[in-house]
Design a protein around this ligand. Structure first.
Ligand code: UDX
Ligand code: ADP
Length: 463
């Protein structure tokens, strides 16, 4: 089966970049990305590709190349579903905030709505591809909704989890470590798998395209994220021990990373991991394990989250303690608000939680992030519902450049590892701050020796 038209439901951090790259690499396939959010679609269609709603290095160039040729963004969901032979579901699956599984299970209401919409609109056979991270056996639920329409249309459900990391999404999509496609073992299932393999084979070596059954594919995504997050919590746990014993976590990471069995990646101690995936996927794994009565398995993975929460809180506590046990009315400058560099995404960013803790202590938070708007920062704080919107507004100060944000501050805290922070004129920042001038480097990116020679009191993670 040759695919000529693809529809992707959900124009977010996954759907947008993934479809842009598919469109660029497969000029014969018409790719339409749809979303209910009119503003988001309007932003994707902004004549200036620099204004697309998602910041990812290299993405605006790809959108500029493919948009209007074979890449389209639209709010007409029904039309795109009707026309496409293959439909990707790439909607958000946040952790449930209500009812059974609250705070743990993935909320599948958006997925179910998509499945029902596809069931209602489809008049010809379709391949439906799960792209969002989903609990194991979601494909089955989607299939059950689709198969009960009674209109004779045949659906094949594939699981094709996304492994891209934000900030490097384009590079990850262009040369993925692997593509994973799960499908039915039936003849029709294999045909559907092949159709999707052939889409990716336009630019990915076939040896890198793995095919499995649906459940292995679904569980592999959760497992990959759990393992990655576990490495960060493991090194963060060691960072606290390093601080007590006089060891340096960077040296420890380097030493263990040279063991080829361990490897050097994902061993950077930090203020804690953020992002839309790690916490959500682990909570989801914990929930699934518990629902099968596997309490030891659930507890094992939950510890990764507990450690991460501890690391964030430890960072804010350290700021308060170091500043003579009070930050009330003191200006604390935050460099960075995004959950990692090279993205404007702030979901679950450590900065939000550290700011919330410090505002509880009545600190004035003054933030500079190269890509995050004040509105987003306010929304992030309001989402926690710790205090009123007005109070959050009063404690949050935002600036368009770092020098202004740091002027008159008692301390600077690095929350995101943006490259530009390394190259600042730190003498100038020092001169504009209250003394003693403290730095809390939550990403271990600054040159501590240089900062100390200027006069800063430097605090890194794990040293
Ligand atoms: C992650 C997975 O890497 C990706 O494969 C999956 O598809 C989605 O989830 P993402 O959350 O976008 O990607 O970014 P990632 O690079 O994994 O970083 C997650 C968080 O961990 C960030 O807050 C980052 O700063 C932090 N991190 C990462 C560390 O603190 N230390 C490290 O060594 C690596
Ligand atoms: P992700 O990081 O998984 O891509 P995002 O929140 O960035 O998550 O994007 C998901 C997108 O899916 C949002 O823009 C949201 O408006 C869209 N969406 C959710 N449900 C539907 C639906 N039923 N139809 C169309 N779009 C939807």
């Amino acid at each position: 089966m040759k695919i000529t038209k693809i529809c992707c439901i959900g124009a977010g951090y996954v759907g947008g970049p993934t479809m842009a790259v598919i469109a660029q690499k497969c000029p014969d396939i018409q790719v339409t990305v749809v979303d209910l959010n009119e503003k988001r679609i309007a932003d994707w269609n902004d004549p200036n590709p620099e204004n697309i709603p998602i910041y990812e290095p290299g993405l605006s160039e790809i959108v500029a190349e493919a948009r209007g040729r074979n890449l389209f963004f639209s709010t007409d969901v029904d039309k795109a579903i009707d026309e496409a032979e293959m439909i990707f579901i790439s909607v958000n699956t946040p952790t449930k905030t209500y009812g059974k599984g609250k705070g743990m299970a993935a909320d599948l209401k958006y997925i179910e709505l998509c499945a029902r919409q596809i069931a209602r609109v489809a008049k010809q056979n379709k391949i439906v591809v799960e792209k969002s991270t989903l609990p194991v056996r979601t494909a089955e639920a989607i299939k059950s909704i689709l198969d009960n329409t009674g209109n004779g249309v045949q659906f094949q459900i594939l699981s094709n989890p996304e492994f891209l990391a934000e900030g490097t999404a384009v590079a990850d999509l262009l040369s993925p470590d692997r593509i994973l496609i799960g499908g039915d073992i039936t003849e029709e299932g294999q045909e559907a798998i092949n159709a999707l393999v052939n889409v990716y084979a336009n630019w990915v070596d076939k040896e890198r395209i793995l095919t499995t059954n649906v459940w292995s594919s679904e569980l592999s995504k959760l497992t990959a994220n759990a393992f990655l997050a576990q490495r960060i919590s493991s090194i963060n746990a060691m960072s606290e021990l390093c601080e007590k014993t006089g060891a340096d976590v960077n040296e420890v990471a380097r030493a263990i990373g040279m063991d080829s069995r361990i490897g050097p990646k994902f061993l950077k101690a930090s203020v804690g991991f953020g992002g839309s995936c790690f916490q959500k996927d682990i909570l989801n794994l914990v929930y699934i394990a518990k629902s099968y009565g596997l309490n030891e398995v659930a507890d094992y993975w939950e510890q990764v989250i507990i450690m991460n929460d501890h690391q964030k809180r430890r960072f804010s506590n350290k700021i308060v303690q170091t500043l003579y046990n009070t930050v009330a009315d003191k200006k604390i400058a935050f460099l960075g608000w995004a959950f990692k560099k090279d993205t404007n995404d702030t979901r679950e960013s450590a900065a939000i939680y550290v700011a919330d803790d410090l505002i509880n202590e009545q600190a004035k938070i003054s933030v500079y992030d190269p890509k995050v708007s004040r509105a987003k920062m306010q929304a992030d704080l309001n989402y926690l519902e710790t205090r009123s919107k007005e109070e959050n507004n009063d404690f949050l100060y935002t600036f368009n450049n770092a020098y202004e944000a740091c002027k008159g501050a008692h301390a600077v805290a690095v929350l995101t590892e943006w490259d530009e922070f390394r190259t600042y004129d730190w003498q100038k920042i020092y001169d504009s701050m209250h003394k003693p001038a403290f730095i809390f480097d939550g990403r271990n990116i600054l040159d501590s020796k240089h900062l100390e020679s200027i006069g800063f009191v430097y605090n890194g993670i794990g040293s």
